[in-house]
Design a protein. Structure first.
Lengths: 582, 252
């Protein structure tokens, strides 16, 4: 095949934005996407898109696990088995990736999150770090990343209220956030009944609630690429669905119209990359091998290879192609696969006899939250854990297969169950804590020795369990959720604490992180602060795979910021002097 | 007839004194009134007549027909499950299905080499056999209290079936029951939008932008299905969202 300047392995959020930025600069870019093309019209049209069974239960927009999955075990002394069906998390597939079916909650991480290790030790001493914790500083600060956050928020039309403009507190916003250079591009979302109740109770208790930052357009919006997104009408079908209104920011709505019009860019769908080929001294990627829809194998030569798949794809490509040394948890050496982390959720459902909420109305990022117990926003002395999470009440749309909560003590089925479902479907409110997960020596990704995908290639193996730090944090946050539910005047409360080992069975969240982490030291990170492979400098791995540990926030805002940060590094630094930037 | 320990335990749990001596016939005469399915009955793609009867009876206990409205059977959930089993999901077409197979830990999730089609077929036969040998009749012929107990013991895993985990089968049946009761009627269940009406869910959403801040005013509408929109039975707004017909007058 004709050599190109850049190939992106995956055309989701990172792949589409990098494609656009680099094609605009005159580079020839090919985007290879393993899945199909899909767009607002015809794929997400009414009425078919409002089909809970097809999209939310049968996972129409997600990865086809019959072709590729991963294997999972809780610890190194178990045998990993394949994730045969969806549960804990839902990686996407096809153009737009998981940024098609996401909710749109678009956070910035706290300045503290980028310097977790050094700031923890500075404030609490090195004994405060949990046992076997490998959380570390990012090698990049919030201040360095601020303009990239800003750029991504403009591109995706994020609605919200600033709490800190250039160091000055702003009423109505999040007082704990890092300084912003300017206000959000769009106003906050509307206030649902449930989040109104939550806001009042949280304020009474002395907390500082604010509107959750949202990629559900709070008004019609045109971004710097000339893409216009419609206003969200609060239909309640966001998470696991595409948006019929084009009102949820995604590659389809915010990037692709301009990208596909650029003659420097070519999108190839149903093209599954199976290998990144290195030159003989393994210091340079020369091409990628992919298999097309007919099963034909091609080699695409490129000057720059951008790994822009989901977390698992990025790490698997690096491991299978020998880009960076695989992590060995026994020796605690090597980098690729190191510091896999996740999210730790807990919360309560509050039931009310005298209130109805019209819970089926909603939007993916419609809600109010407070950050008083996130990061290091409170004194952790005596609590026995580090980190935290935001506490929120969101109204994402109560679709009835998934959502029909019953108060504690209700029989699991039968007439009494039916009565409780009828009574409480619209008389309940969820208050959730979105907890961080630190990285540990035993939580990692590597290549599975037994199981293979439909191309005959080995699956990725995930080894993960929650550690005492996360358990303590999650109990602490669940207690606060319960206090708020009481202050809301709930008649009955069901507390959902995190318990026992991590299980891949119940859905938790699609916020998998790490495995190709960034850092200042090549012995403990796979990529440098510019997302560039330390060992193969014409390969960049962009995405949540670069998070050294996970913060108490949804990851997409930071993934978007890192994408612009990497684009800038390639355009302003790498192209001038191709090679290792550090 | 050899009295099994299971049967004695079960009858004891039911509170039937002197159960060991109780003739089978005295249980059989307490047959539940057969739930009526809407006429004409659906053609089954997958289930045999006996399997459909088993599922009917199980569903009539899980989501019963009562004063609140139709239950799962009346809402066509048997037909829903039958169609799901006959389709891609019934063959776990999008599951990873390569070996080697191992049971694994509970945290590792579903690991059965059997498809839902096989699980339903085998489990129903094995549960009927279990009921016949320990309770003196097939599941569908038992009195409702015994049926409930069998379902509870399936759910808890207390009943040991030879080839299938009883709790895995129960979880699948119960998940499918809820899916059928609350999914769009085009899949064969939720007939008359019975599940949606029970909870007040309006189906295909309208534009709620002007309504979401009307706190404390219940919005209750005649539910709209996908077919209603496709077949022109619902009025639509400029973006193609249905204009709901409200069930209660709202003060704006």
């Amino acid at each position: 095949m004709q050599p190109v300047d850049v190939v992106t392995v995956g055309v989701g959020l990172a792949g589409s934005i990098l494609g656009k930025e680099l094609a605009d600069a005159g580079l020839k870019v090919v985007g290879l996407e393993r899945g199909a093309y899909r767009d607002t019209s015809p794929d997400f049209e009414l009425p078919g898109i409002h089909d809970e069974l097809r999209y939310a239960q049968r996972f129409e927009l997600m990865q086809d696990l019959s072709r590729e999955t991963l294997t999972f075990r809780n610890s190194m002394n178990e045998t990993a088995l394949p994730m045969r069906q969806f549960g804990s998390f839902l990686p996407g597939e096809g153009v737009g990736g998981a940024a098609v079916h996401w909710n749109g909650q678009t956070w910035r991480f706290l300045p503290w999150d980028f310097e977790t290790r050094s700031r923890t030790i500075e404030r609490y001493g090195s004994s405060a770090m949990p046992a076997d914790c490998t959380s570390q500083d990012w090698g990049l600060t919030y201040a360095e990343l601020e303009s990239s956050y800003d750029r991504f928020e403009r591109l995706f039309g994020i609605g919200g209220k600033a709490g800190n403009l250039l160091g000055r507190r702003q009423p109505g916003g999040n007082p704990f956030e890092g300084p912003r250079s300017r206000e959000y591009p769009n106003p906050p979302s509307k206030l649902s009944h449930a989040s109104g109740l939550f806001t009042k109770a949280a304020t009474q208790l002395g907390f500082h609630p604010f509107p959750m930052p949202t990629a559900n357009m709070t008004r019609a919006y045109t971004n710097e690429y000339g893409a216009t997104m419609g206003a969200c009408i609060y239909c309640g079908y966001c998470e696991r669905f595409g948006c019929e209104m084009g009102a949820k920011a995604s590659p389809q709505t915010a990037v692709l119209p301009a990208l596909l019009a650029n003659r420097n860019y070519e999108l190839r769908t149903r093209s599954n990359v199976v290998k990144i080929n290195l030159d003989s001294d393994r210091k340079r990627a020369v091409s990628v091998t992919f298999v097309d829809a007919r099963g034909r194998e091609f080699e695409q030569p490129a000057e720059i290879v951008l790994l822009t798949s989901y977390v698992f794809g990025n790490v698997r490509h690096m491991l299978m192609s020998g880009i960076g040394r695989p992590y060995d948890p026994v020796a605690n050496r090597g980098v690729v696969g190191r510091n896999y982390a996740y999210q730790c959720l807990s919360g309560v459902t509050a039931f009310f006899e005298d209130k109805v909420f019209n819970s089926f109305m909603g939007a993916g990022a419609l809600g109010r939250a407070f950050d008083d117990f996130n990061g290091d926003n409170f004194d952790h002395a005596g609590h026995g854990f580090i980190g935290g999470g935001y506490i929120a009440c969101s109204s994402t749309g109560a679709r009835p297969i998934d959502h029909h909560p019953t108060p504690p003590g209700t029989p699991p089925w039968g007439s009494q169950w039916k009565k409780a479902v009828a009574r409480y479907y619209d008389r309940s409110v969820s208050i959730g804590a979105h907890g961080a997960v630190q990285s540990y020596r035993g939580n990692y990704l590597d290549i599975d020795p037994a199981y293979r995908d439909s191309y005959g290639l080995p699956l990725l193996r995930l080894t993960f369990d929650y550690q005492p730090n996360e358990q303590k944090m999650s109990d602490f946050l669940a207690d606060r959720c319960e206090r708020i539910a009481r202050a809301c005047g709930a008649d009955k409360i069901s507390v959902g604490r995190r318990k026992g080992r991590y299980s891949i069975v119940p859905y938790q969240t699609t916020h998998n992180t790490g495995g190709a982490i960034m850092g200042a030291d090549p012995t403990t990170s796979a990529v440098n602060k510019y997302l560039q492979s330390w060992e193969v400098p014409n390969v960049f791995a962009v995405g949540a795979s670069a998070f050294p540990q996970n913060a108490g926030y949804n990851p997409t805002g930071t993934v978007g910021a890192l994408t612009f940060w990497a684009a800038d590094a390639i355009l302003k630094r790498y192209l001038k002097r191709p090679g290792a930037l550090l | 007839m050899k009295e099994s320990a299971d049967r004695r335990r079960l009858l004891k749990q039911l509170g039937v004194l002197g159960a060991a001596a109780l003739p089978v016939a005295s249980i059989a005469h307490e047959l539940p009134a057969h739930a009526t399915r809407p006429a004409p009955g659906p053609a089954f793609l997958f289930f045999s007549r006996l399997e459909a009867a088993f599922v009917d009876v199980a569903l009539s206990r899980l989501i019963p027909n009562d004063e609140l409205g139709p239950g799962a059977v009346e809402a066509g959930v048997t037909c829903f499950i039958d169609r799901q089993l006959a389709g891609a999901w019934g063959a776990h077409a999008r599951n990873y299905r390569q070996g080697p197979w191992a049971e694994g830990t509970p945290e590792q999730g579903f690991q059965s080499p059997m498809t839902p089609q096989e699980i339903y077929r085998v489990a129903i036969a094995e549960i009927d056999k279990h009921c016949a040998s320990s309770l003196g009749g097939g599941f569908a012929e038992l009195p409702v209290a015994a049926q409930d107990l069998v379902l509870r013991n399936l759910q808890s895993g207390a009943i040991n079936l030879p080839e299938v985990s009883s709790s895995m089968f129960f979880d699948m049946l119960w998940t499918n029951a809820q899916e059928g009761f609350f999914s769009d009627p085009m899949y064969g269940g939720n007939i008359g939008k019975a599940g949606w009406k029970l909870v007040g869910f309006p189906g295909v959403a309208a534009a709620y932008i002007e309504l979401i801040e009307e706190h404390g005013k219940p919005y209750r509408a005649v539910p709209v299905s996908i077919a209603d929109v496709q077949q022109g039975l619902a009025r639509l707004d400029e973006h193609g969202h249905p204009i709901h017909v409200l069930l209660t007058a709202r003060v704006r």
